[in-house]
Design a protein around this ligand. Sequence first.
Ligand code: FE
Ligand code: FE
Ligand code: ZN
Length: 283
Amino acid sequence: MICIGCHLSTAEGYAAMGRTMKRMGGSTFAWFTRNPRGGFTRQEDPQDLEELRSFLAEEGFGPLVAHASYTMNLCSSSPKTRANGLDMLKKDMEKMEKLPDNLYNFHPGAHTGQGLETGIAMIAQALNQVLRPDMHTTVLLETMAGKGTEIGGCFEELRAIMDRVHCGDRIGVCLDTCHVWDAGYDLVNDLDGVLQHFDRVIGLERLKAVHFNDSRNDRGSRKDRHEKLGRGKIGMEAMKRIALHPALAGRPLILETPNDEEGYTGEIHTVLGWMEESGKPVF
Ligand code: FE
Ligand code: FE
Ligand code: ZN
């Protein structure tokens, strides 16, 4: 089973994103819960949310993958930034609960010089303040390229956060292919090895979504610059092997490649073509 989609703009509202994705040929999508840089959030219209909820059920979409603001840093050395981050997390989770059973992905954060241990403890503390066992949203830690003081550049760091979070089944991981490549994991020559490593450290059952991106830079560059499928250093053959890998089956694949609607539609159809060719069920 596969569901593929891409990042969409919230400008026309929630239901419009569902209709757009159907037109583009996909069956999942991602959006920013608020302006990715500024933190601004628009007030959602309950009718619009209801419309999307029934659309998703009718169309049989896979889980959606919302993305938190890049400005949310739960482990900043600035108490003000941390407090803002916690506030964003709380409000975003309230919003996500209005679209139950979906995924909410965030960048674990940058410890800004406080050290890994302190950063990890701060992220877990924030999550423990917000997550409750009765929530209908799964929160995902995104694998990062490991630039600067960014946490999450290796699987062990994500494991360390998860180990400290109380609501274990409300938390999972989103694997960004560009980020893990840039962090040094060899998706091209050792995909099985990378996924086995993930399974050993985190557990594949915790892997809930994939950000499906090629990378502009060499493996281990720690840069985080996404590229269109097949135009980057991971390349089309490896991207195809990732999409078809049995260990990743069933996870929503989200494209975050530098594309307009037409470009995304093309990539969605490329991936759907691989699936058809391989005889795997598509939904
Ligand atoms: Fe991200
Ligand atoms: Fe990503
Ligand atoms: Zn990225």
